[in-house]
Ligand binder design. Sequence first.
Ligand SMILES: [Ca+2]
Ligand SMILES: [Ca+2]
Ligand SMILES: [Ca+2]
Ligand SMILES: [Ca+2]
Length: 274
Amino acid sequence: MNHWSLALGLVLGVLALREATAHTHHLHNAQKEREADGTRTPRDHGHYSNGEHNADFDHEAILGSVKDAEEYDQLPAMEAKRRLEILLVKMDRDNDKHIDRKELHSWILRSFRMLSEEESSERMDEVDEDEDGYVTWAEYIAETYGIKDPEDQQLLDQEDQVEEQRLLREDRQLFNAADKNIDGRLDDMEFLAFSHPEESPDMLPIILQQTLEEKDTNSDGLIDFQEYIGDKGKEQDREWLLTEKDKFDNDHDKDGNGILDRNEILAWVVPTNE
Ligand SMILES: [Ca+2]
Ligand SMILES: [Ca+2]
Ligand SMILES: [Ca+2]
Ligand SMILES: [Ca+2]
């Protein structure tokens, strides 16, 4: 396989993988970019905008850095090609001059991790107001919610702020779970777990708990199809319902018993955890 077709295969692979991992970064992320269906998507935003393919996303997925991807786009063609070849050699772990699916998959996961770290550290710079290298809860809510006085959280106690209150409550749970040494502030590693809980195994219990609080209306610790689609199911047409049912049955309900248990729920909201 020559380099050109390798590179092409790589990009196609990224696109295919993107489909497979599209859900990975949706839920429970402190990025505050909620979609209509209640999920959050920091990463695959803008991959296709208005039906047009956004190549930046692919470059980020390969390079693992928004900054590097921007720099890459400025390079002369020859230099871009040279750097891509260096990357391909790195990806080719068993050195057979061929990038197989497994190698590509682990490379992209590595890139996503690096992108999360980059995002997290940029976000930390914004939030860490006094620049002491730690994020306190007060700093976080001041920057994110505009709440200047932590004692004054009743500011959010108005009825039109139900969604904000829920986000604030979830953030507080995540903050406490991420604060490993319980000193009331997050260092850079703790902040990474807080801002990207889906990538941190220790955070999975809290993600599960929050998913159940949101979806498990009969509180049996399981999610059935009605709970899975939630209230929004009422406004949708039959075709939408069939698509969701198909996803539920074939993607999420692995043992086919018609209901999602703990492991099936986690595999759904954090697919890379499978
Ligand atoms: Ca600070
Ligand atoms: Ca801490
Ligand atoms: Ca239930
Ligand atoms: Ca099941």
